[in-house]
Design a protein around this ligand. Structure first.
Ligand code: PHE
Length: 497
């Protein structure tokens, strides 16, 4: 295959055609829109499907186990980005990875659409974990490939792309959630599969013209012997895992519970290993080492932030289902619909925040301070949930306004932290590891959900006040500490703002 330069690739993409952005942004926007539609639509139903009684069409799992599975699943979906990034980088290139990822994801939803119980659930999870690892980080990274190095539309391009994510997430509960809760869970999951199919169709029909060469290259291909060696190792690894499975499952060593603990540990071990390897690498110079040190507190902050944020789909979803009045102004609500609130707030408030940062110009807070605000608001989003429990007790049904406020606060936090998060990762990670920055950023969410796998088991109406209070209070405490250490951390960043 011919080797194209970055220049050739950018020039091959029609540079206008989608809100003044490269035409390829249309393709990536709608591919990711439909992928997120299928993912968040499925997630809006999954918890209820797992813990509802069998007579109600559910799997009848124990509450704590169901919540833990939600978190472990969410963690693995983003952890697998490491594999997806590697496959694109060394074997398939981004375009082909996205395509195969989409096919796996669609297959995963189809499996869940069959009324085949727990077995189908685990097979579906396996397919969607691999598929999302192949699709999500790669679809995001092509966005950056379509702009010239100095093109000042790039950040706006990413913002438009982020809108695509949230628009898909916004409509999904109304379609997938409603079908699932009003008629039958499997019908809902089937709709998620159709969503991913639509995404694949858009991708296949428009990619040649719109993406042209972007994502067709394999940046760092495996050559000759390397290929054989890697495949051998992969084969051996897979074989080992299968043998381990055959030994540990029947003997009761590997259970849902012990698997959960294992993933929680991995959530800590993988990012730690990443940091150590980057720090000790010969390719990392002194300035980069200092930046890497500065990145550690930011990474930890985003882990705590995402831990709270992602509980919106677990603990707050449970709260919507069991503790919230589901009718307002005579309209019957479905508990899954509450999952639309965060993306709705993101869509409406993102432009407000963008304008605010522009208006503040040089007076805007540093990256570190933005992280601290993000965590602060996430903490508040939990603290506020103490109020209804104190006022009405933990048995009563409360007004939907409480959840709405909580989601609003979390999104305010998200808009402080998330848009700067990826770009801070790009700027602070050593150059030699720049291909992996997307994975590193995804790992902060994966680590968060790995922690959640243990945390969410502690939630119960009777522990509600302590649960929200302790986690929210801890987050606020850390955010204050981060705020105070900001000048020092900024110094370690060596010029990165
Ligand atoms: N809402 C974000 C998304 O779906 C959640 C996320 C954050 C995922 C960070 C990965 C990394 O893209």
């Amino acid at each position: 295959m011919k080797n194209y330069s970055r220049e050739d690739i950018v020039n091959s993409v029609p540079q206008k055609g989608f809100f003044g952005h490269p035409k390829g942004l249309f393709t990536l926007f709608f591919t990711e829109f439909w992928e997120r539609f299928s993912y968040y639509g499925m997630r809006a139903l999954l918890l209820f499907y797992m813990y509802s009684e069998v007579v109600d069409g559910g799997l009848g799992m124990e509450d704590g186990t169901a919540k833990s599975i939600m978190a472990v699943y969410g963690s693995l979906v983003y952890m697998s980005g490491i594999i997806g990034g590697w496959i694109a980088d060394r074997l398939l290139g981004t375009q082909r990875s996205i395509f195969y990822g989409g096919v796996l994801i669609m297959a995963g939803h189809i499996v869940l659409a069959l009324p085949a119980g727990v077995t189908a659930l685990f097979i579906s999870m396996f397919l969607i974990i691999l598929g999302t690892g192949l699709l999500k980080p790669n679809v995001s990274s092509i966005v950056g490939d379509m702009y010239h190095e100095q093109d000042n539309r790039r950040d706006a391009g990413f913002s438009i792309f982020y809108m695509g994510i949230n628009m898909g997430a916004f409509i999904a509960p109304f379609i997938v959630g409603t079908l699932g809760q009003k008629y039958n869970y499997h019908l809902g999951f089937g709709m998620a599969a159709i969503g991913m199919l639509l995404g694949l169709i858009v991708f296949l029909i428009t990619r040649k013209k719109n993406l042209a060469l972007a994502g067709t290259q394999v940046p760092n291909p495996l050559v000759g012997d390397e290929k054989k060696k890697v495949f051998k190792r992969f084969g051996l690894g897979a074989l080992l895992l299968i043998i381990l499975g055959f030994i540990t499952i029947p003997t009761g060593i590997l259970t849902v519970n012990s698997f959960t603990v294992l993933i929680s540990l991995l959530g800590i071990i993988i990012p730690t290993a990443y940091f150590i390897v980057m720090y000790r690498s010969k390719k990392t110079n002194e300035v980069e080492k200092s930046r890497l040190l500065a990145y550690i507190p930011l990474f930890i902050t985003s882990v705590i932030f995402w831990a709270i944020y992602e509980q919106g789909a677990i603990i707050l979803a449970d709260y919507a289902h069991k503790r919230t009045e589901l009718s307002i102004f005579g309209i019957e609500l479905h508990s899954s619909w509450f999952q639309s609130l965060s993306p709705l707030f993101v869509i409406t408030l993102a432009p407000v925040f963008a304008a605010l940062w522009i208006k503040l110009g040089d007076r805007q807070p540093s990256t570190t301070r933005k992280f601290s605000f993000g965590l602060f608001f996430a903490g508040l989003s939990f603290i506020i949930m103490i109020a209804p429990a104190l006022m009405y007790g933990t048995e009563a049904l409360v007004h939907p306004i409480w959840l709405t406020l909580s989601f609003l606060l979390a999104v305010i936090g998200e808009l402080c932290l998330s848009p700067v998060g990826l770009s801070a990762t790009t700027k602070l990670a050593p150059k030699a590891f720049s291909a992996q920055t997307m994975s590193l950023w995804f790992l902060s969410n994966a680590a968060a959900q790995a922690l959640n796998a243990q945390l969410v088991k502690l939630y119960h109406p009777s522990t509600e006040v302590i649960y929200f209070g302790a986690i929210g209070g801890f987050a606020i405490l850390i955010s204050v500490l981060l705020f105070m250490s900001a000048p020092k951390i900024q110094k370690y960043m060596m010029g990165v703002k």
